[in-house]
Design a protein around this ligand. Structure first.
Ligand code: FE2
Ligand code: FE2
Length: 298
C-alpha cells in the first residue's frame, strides 16, 4: 500500500484483537448497504426489512459498531482527532492518501474513493447547485482517512446516532445495542439522557466517524449549510426518519433541509458512469483552492 513519508504508519494502534475489527472487505460495503436500504422508490415497509439487504460482514460490522461506540469512546476520539494535531496537508494530498484504501480491490469493478467523491460532486454540479455545495460533495467522505490512521471500521463508517441518551427505534440492528455498556447506565437511557430538550445537535455527541472528522477539518472554510452536510450525512435516523427531533433546535431543523438535499447525491451517484477524472480535475483544483489554503490542519 502506497505510503508517503509524512503520513503516519498504517496501523498505529488497534482495539483489542480478540475479534476481527475489519469485517467489511472494504469500507464501501457499508455505503452500498445504505444505498440498497434506501433504494429509490422503496417503501417504508420494505425499508423495515433491511436485514435482507445486509450480508454477514455488514451485520458483523454493525454488531461491533453498536457494541463499542460508547459515550466515553466518542469523547475520547473527539479529544484525539478534533484538535487537528496530525499535521498539515492539502486536500489533494489527503484525497490521494484516501485512495490508497482501495489498492487491494479490483479497479474494474469498483470506483476508487476519489471517484466516488467526484461522482457525488459531479451529480451536484449537473443539477446547477452552488459551488460550495459541489465542494461539499467532493469532500464528504475524506474523513475516511481515519481508517488509514488505524481506526477500526466501526469507528470510521456506519450510521451515526447520539451517544448518552436512549437509542431510537428508527435505527438499524437495534438489538446490537444490548451489548453496549452504556445500556447499563440508567442516566444514558432516558429519552434525553445527558442532554437538555432541544439543546441543539452541536452539543450532542454522535457516534464517532468520518462525518465528524471531516466536518472539524473543514469547518472554518465552508458555509454552514456545507458544514451540516458533512457533519450529519450518516445521521440517517434523523435526516431520513425524523428521529431525535427532541434534541434538535430550530436552527438544526432549518439546516437539515440541506442535509436532506445532499443525501440523494451521496446515495445514488455511485451507479453513474465513471467520471472522466483527467477532464474534470482542473475544475476541482480551482474549486478547492477557492475555499482552502494550500495546507490545512488534519
Ligand atoms: Fe460518508
Ligand atoms: Fe459517500
Amino acid at each position: 500500500m502506497k505510503q508517503t513519508q509524512e503520513h503516519p504508519p498504517l496501523k498505529e494502534h488497534h482495539a483489542p484483537l480478540e475479534e476481527d475489527h475489519a469485517p467489511l472487505k472494504e469500507l464501501d460495503e457499508w455505503d452500498d448497504f445504505v444505498a440498497t436500504r434506501y433504494r429509490q422508490g422503496k417503501s417504508e415497509e420494505e425499508f423495515r426489512n433491511y436485514k435482507a439487504d445486509a450480508n454477514p460482514t455488514v451485520t458483523e460490522f454493525y454488531r461491533q459498531n453498536h457494541k463499542y461506540q460508547t459515550l466515553d469512546f466518542v469523547l475520547k476520539k473527539k479529544a484525539e482527532y478534533c484538535v487537528l494535531k496530525r499535521g498539515q496537508n492539502s486536500i489533494w494530498e489527503m484525497a490521494d492518501y484516501l485512495n490508497t484504501l482501495v489498492d487491494d480491490s479490483d479497479p474494474d469493478t469498483d470506483v476508487t474513493q476519489i471517484e466516488h467523491l467526484l461522482q457525488t460532486a459531479e451529480a451536484i454540479r449537473k443539477d446547477g447547485h452552488p459551488r460550495w455545495f459541489i465542494l461539499a460533495g467532493f469532500l464528504h467522505d475524506l474523513g475516511k482517512v481515519l481508517c488509514l490512521y488505524g481506526e477500526p471500521q466501526w469507528a470510521v463508517v456506519g450510521d451515526t446516532f447520539p451517544a448518552g441518551c436512549a437509542y431510537s427505534d428508527q435505527v438499524v440492528f437495534p438489538e446490537f445495542f444490548a451489548a453496549n455498556p452504556d445500556g447499563g447506565k440508567p442516566a444514558y437511557q432516558t429519552q434525553y439522557g445527558i442532554y437538555e430538550p432541544n439543546c441543539g445537535l452541536d452539543s450532542v455527541h454522535l457516534f464517532f466517524g468520518h462525518d465528524e472528522y471531516i466536518y472539524r477539518v473543514t469547518q472554518k472554510y465552508l458555509p454552514e449549510q456545507a458544514q451540516y452536510m458533512l457533519r450529519y450525512h450518516s445521521f440517517y435516523a434523523a435526516h431520513r426518519h425524523g428521529a431525535y427531533r427532541h434534541l434538535m433546535n430550530e436552527h438544526d431543523e432549518a439546516l437539515f433541509e440541506w442535509v436532506r438535499k445532499f443525501n440523494p447525491y451521496d446515495l445514488y451517484s455511485k451507479g453513474r458512469e465513471r467520471p472522466n477524472t483527467k477532464e474534470i480535475l482542473p475544475y476541482y483544483r480551482e474549486l478547492v483552492s477557492e475555499f482552502f489554503p494550500d495546507k490545512i490542519d488534519w
